[in-house]
Ligand binder design. Structure first.
Ligand SMILES: [Zn+2]
Ligand SMILES: [Zn+2]
Length: 148
């Protein structure tokens, strides 16, 4: 049985097979892509910003961003074309989030790892202390404490 669904774009019932929108919407998206691509590949438009492309092609910023994310527009060729980070709206040129947000996510992960490593080392030190009872270091420290 065919997998019927409502087109998320125009609400028309369509067979959901290869595309996530209906044929007509897919065709419209395709036309918009061609419009954007034709505009931007002209030498004099290579340095256009996102706003300028949106204005000249009348294609929405969201759709152009989608083309970029799908890898259909290669930003390497268009030095001024950027789109907003999904987390903080800062203008970016690759991936889904900006470097800062990526850094925050990574340092968040690393902080978790560091915490675990720290707990692990603490446990090791404690067991080691029980085993060796009194190391040189500890004797020195104890001496210092007594003097205080
Ligand atoms: Zn549709
Ligand atoms: Zn960000």
């Amino acid at each position: 049985m065919a997998d019927l669904a409502n087109c998320p774009n125009c609400d028309k019932l369509f067979v959901k097979a290869l595309r996530s929108v209906c044929d007509q919407c897919a065709r419209e998206v395709e036309e918009k892509y061609q419009t954007v691509y034709t505009f931007i590949r002209k030498r004099e438009n290579r340095k256009a910003t996102m706003d300028e492309v949106v204005e000249a092609t009348e294609v929405s910023r969201e759709l152009i961003t989608q083309f970029v994310k799908e890898g259909r527009l290669h930003l390497a060729q268009f030095p001024n074309l950027t789109y907003p980070c999904e987390k903080c709206d800062r203008e970016i040129r690759e991936g889904r989030i900006c470097e800062k947000c990526r850094g925050e996510i990574q340092s968040g992960l690393h902080a978790g790892e560091r915490q675990q490593a720290f707990e692990g080392r603490k446990k090791e030190r404690e067991t080691a202390r029980y085993k060796t009872y009194s190391t040189m270091d500890e004797r020195v420290r104890e001496g210092r404490n007594r003097r205080r």
